[in-house]
Design a protein around this ligand. Sequence first.
Ligand code: ACM
Length: 627
Amino acid sequence: MKKIILSFVFLAFFYQSFGQHAIIPTPVNFSSTHNSFILENGVSLYLDSNNADVIEYAKQFKYFLSQSDLNVAIQNSNKKGKKIQLSLLKNKNAELGKEGYTLEVNQNEINLVANEPAGIFNAIQTLKQMIPLETANSETKSFEIMGCEITDYPRFGWRGLMLDVSRHFFTVAEIKAYLDKMSEYKFNVFHWHLTDDQGWRIEIKSYPKLTEVGAWRVERHGKFGSDISEPKPGEKATYGGFYTQEQIKDIVNYAADRNITIVPEIDFPGHSMAALAAYPELSVKKEPKYVSPGNEFSEWYGGGKFKMLVENTLNPIDENVYNFIDKVFTEVAQLFPGEYIHMGGDEAYHGYWEENAEVQKFMKKNNIKNSHELQSYFVKRVEKIISKKGKKMIGWDEILEGGLADGAAVMSWRGMKGGIEAAKMGHEAVMTPTTYAYLDYMQGDITVENKIYASLSLEKAYEFEPVPEGVNPKYILGGQGNLWTEAVPTLQFAYYMTYPRAFALAETLWSQKKDKNWDDFVRRTEENMVRFDKEGDNISKAVFDPTVTVYKKDDVVMCKLENSIPNTEIFYSIDNTYPVKFGKKYTGPFQIPSGDLSLRTQTYRDAKPLGRELIIAREDLVKRIKK
Ligand code: ACM
């Protein structure tokens, strides 16, 4: 017995051993030393340049420390004494590139060095994660920062998260909070999905009804697409909101101050019901429309085939549509200084085009053979509009169908194949495959998650590799996680869905491929979960919940429980009792007998429960058996 206890203590010690960092994403080179730095009041924050961005980052860091009652003075002259020094290199270090940095911690100094301000920003994010979760000395408010030498730079230049603000609206303050968090994990692209069937969220001065009408829908509760009814005649549209152009400029600047570029998405020609509620004349049928409150208005037949029961597509043969798009993108291009504008292009229903005589006549006249080619005609015209504004166009991988526009970049979401095809044609691609990067998918057992049609575990998200074999990596800009918000009504739930899977994506997109290590990633994830808890923000702990697999063996129902977290044990019961610690420990597949019973299971480390209890009735277990 003693032996068992000793080995368990040893394991626990090993798990938290000295010299290990908890940085996400893991740095390219990290070596620890014994020269730790005591961060306390009186330490100075010394800038050896007058670069405005570095000054801004120093101010943000000072503010961050002040939240732990630590006051540091920003200095421009190199005084004696303990200091944190931010330096831009006069002779650039090619290894570090634009966003890389070095960070050295010793007894007297912390040195953050980079070629560009972006590198200083990233170095500060690393340093923030090195501040221990507990004060070393609560009376003096001092923190011991582990001595170390770090050299770090990203693998990819596009490290993104997408947030859909159409299905649910997020305020300016909420968007800023979301940006704050993503910048802490070195994401540098915020893909802002601003328009969809359920709301148009960006003020366009030349088309005021887009927000007067398109930003508002009747309020419904319940699950999107299930029992939500369409608006009743005369019913007031009360749910929604939009960002004024002033608010957008503010958010763009806020993001830039956190090394984040915003890629705005205006989704055309499909997903345009909110725009068409405002301007129905831009559709083929020109009939009145409404902003969808989340009611079901499409039928899905599998294999990507679907039908829209309400027209939500722009008319591709109408010059007024192109004038509209031109004006919209003129304003969008002026608001967003980044290189790319996203024009959507996904899931555009062609049925109303196909049944319209005018459209068919136009296709014949212009030798357009099918509706994919017609969409390609539309996308190519949009590409010309966007490139005239000095921007590059990016679109979902449907823009490949019928022929890709010159110069267009592809965002591959239906797996990796769209990105592969684009790269093989010498086009840029961003990888966001559903299989690894869809943050709206369930991350744990269906009994405890908000039910969605698909799942993506943290472990699976960590397996993401953006550069497929045989593809020239120079065309793969990077990747991103996408958070669609049909089932995400609040910022705190957005955090729950985003993290920790975004940690996995951050590590894939920043760290070296060879340095990815699941067990070590989990250890660092657990520490960052504590940070979220302390900050009062949600993070999913679903990774601790067992994966429940049910199968039949010789007509007996068998159950397998798994979890991939080191140093944990799973306890369970099949007699309707709470799965207490020191109860029935899972050691291998077991039989589910007949009877009115539920499987109840809980993960523990030492005597502490981790994650949630799962309670699954026998009848639901049996439904999980694969035929
Ligand atoms: C998408 O998920 N419709 C891009």
